[in-house]
Design a protein around this ligand. Structure first.
Ligand code: GTP
Length: 525
């Protein structure tokens, strides 16, 4: 079956990297090419007061790091690109992992002065789970970088993916001249100080062009020799291998100088996959299937301080969204009219008339939607593979002003809905326990509770080692478990039963004592 044009032109991707490699800067430049930004501001220099468009939350501005994932859509050449920005800091990894379930390809950004960093390794492991195709951008060529050949070797050896250079850098730092486009046999020249605008491509055709001798002087022979070596030693681009996640096309440039980003975008729109199928508990759903279907991978509260609302981000897998359509909310078994879904330009939003597979739409959430929920046109199936990780760090959270207990609970439940943190309410007492995967999440929650819910809260130590989601097919045995272990039981933000273990020994003993009770490490939404 041929793919309809609206589906064929869509590319949905995320940018992954170690913090500070330049993800936000690239996003800004990509938006510039997508005509979504008139003029790129300088990226959020720590405390400079200027901020890139994708870092729109106060918290991000203050700390200069991306905390949440923003969704952006823009046209580029014949394509329509959906870009999901992801937080680079490891404390926000849950959000990133879930975002990666909603994309069809990834751009990996590497700081060429540093090479492969630990966060990149972890993120690559996640993309590997689904064999997501990866493009690579070697950034910061305007600085003194490591040897390019050595950098590619490192990517191949550490990340276990073959590299196919599409462009090759000519010099670096102050001596950065541009790149050689291997397949096109042309040199694209770099001009510094033009980072805020789209530069016209200044191209010299052919490596043997005498113009190059004038420009590079004596070093031109070195370049020719180097390229001969590079082409002999590296892989040629192979689209099949790229689509299987086995080979990555490599581009060189500087996001800050806005050079090379468009070469990467050309590669993305030419080679990255169109909207891909997704698995449900019942069948595989492909983008060309007729009925509408999609899943929620993220919920964000208070995106717009003027509206104080909650938005659920849904990735469309099949069919078409049309304003005012009826959708079936599978988990709660109800049909809902969706009159006002949103599309996003980072912090800006607008009503969407229609949307297609690959697109991300925002649904207003009044507390009924959870991460992992499936929406269809009536079919009863559930998309799988959207994880919720067991937290590893726990704190008891307490109010400074005890009268605001209701507000605190509301804030915590909403923040846990978006996956910013997890909240546990013990069955036997009035404590509120906050669980996180990374310690920075705790700070974010307190700051957001204050800014968005007007409650001041503090943390106290609590003796909790881990939490597990409880499942038992036998109602009688579950009942007995609930009675005997009530001191250790709690409800999470979505009212699911969890076992809160003070120590790992306690957890193991409980598992032995109640073999019919399944204690899950992740709750797959
Ligand atoms: N010299 C140079 N600096 C760059 C380049 N790209 C980004 N930077 C700088 O590197 C720093 C980090 O860039 P960001 O774009 O904020 O990095 P990030 O990966 O989004 O970081 P997180 O938001 O923490 O995830 C900033 O100070 C940028 O100005 C580049 O090509 N050259």
């Amino acid at each position: 079956m041929s793919i309809p044009a609206e589906v064929a032109k869509r590319r949905t991707f995320a940018i992954i990297s170690h913090p500070d490699a330049g993800k936000t800067t690239i996003t800004e430049k990509v938006l510039l090419f997508g005509q979504a930004l008139q003029k790129a501001g300088t990226v959020k220099g720590r405390g400079s007061g200027q901020h890139a468009k994708s870092d729109w939350m106060e918290m991000e501005k203050e700390r200069g790091i991306s905390v949440t994932t923003s969704v952006m859509q823009f046209p580029y050449r014949q394509s329509l690109v959906n870009l999901l920005d992801t937080p680079g800091h490891e404390d926000f990894s849950e959000d990133t992992y879930r975002t990666l379930t909603a994309v069809d390809s990834c751009l990996m950004v590497i700081d060429s002065a540093k090479g492969v960093e630990d966060r990149t390794i972890k993120l690559m492991e996640v993309t590997r789970l689904r064999d997501t195709p990866i493009l690579t951008f070697m950034n910061k060529m305007d600085r003194e970088i490591r040897d390019p050949m050595e950098l590619m070797d490192e990517v191949e050896n550490v990340l276990k993916i073959r590299c196919a250079p599409i462009t090759w850098p000519i010099g670096c730092g102050k001596g950065f001249k541009g790149v050689y486009h291997i397949a096109n046999d042309e040199i694209i020249l770099y001009k510094s100080g033009q980072g805020h605008t789209i530069q016209e491509r200044r191209v010299i055709k052919g490596l043997d062009n005498p113009e190059l001798d004038t420009l590079l002087g004596g070093s031109v022979q070195d370049l020719r020799d180097e390229l001969e070596l590079v082409q002999g030693a590296s892989n040629e681009f192979d689209r099949e291998a790229f689509l299987k996640g086995e080979l990555t096309p490599v581009f060189w440039g500087t996001a800050l100088g806005n050079f090379g980003v468009d070469h990467m975008l050309d590669g993305l729109t030419d080679w990255a996959p169109t909207p891909q199928p997704r698995q449900t508990d019942d069948r595989q759903v492909t983008a060309t299937d007729e009925g509408f279907s999609g899943f929620v991978f993220k919920i964000q509260a208070n995106m717009d301080p003027k509206h104080r609302d909650r938005v659920a981000f849904l990735r469309i897998v099949s069919g078409k969204y049309q304003k005012g359509m009826k959708m079936h909310h599978v988990r709660i078994g109800k049909d809902v009219n969706i009159a006002d879904a949103l599309t996003f330009m980072a912090g800006d939003r607008s009503a969407v008339e229609e949307a297609y597979p690959g697109d991300i739409i925002g649904l207003h959430n009044h507390g009924t939607i959870q991460i992992g929920d499936t929406f269809t046109q009536g079919e009863k199936m559930k998309f799988t593979g959207i994880p919720n990780f067991a937290p590893e760090l726990f704190r008891r959270i307490r109010l400074k002003d005890p009268l605001k207990q209701k507000q605190l609970l509301k804030g915590l439940v909403q923040l846990s809905e978006e996956g910013a943190v997890q909240v546990f309410r013990p069955i036997d007492n009035n404590d509120l326990i906050v669980g996180a995967v990374g310690v920075l999440q705790f700070d974010v929650v307190v700051a957001r509770l204050k800014a968005e819910y007007n409650v001041e809260a503090i943390y106290e130590h609590i003796n909790v080692a881990t939490a597990r989601w409880v499942e038992c097919k036998d109602a009688k045995k579950l009942d007995e478990f609930e009675r005997k272990c009530s001191l250790n039981l709690a409800l999470d933000g979505g009212d699911n039963l969890t076992y809160i273990a003070p120590t790992m020994v306690n957890l193991n003993l409980t598992a032995e004592r109640y073999p019919d009770i399944i204690l899950h490490k992740t709750r797959e939404h």
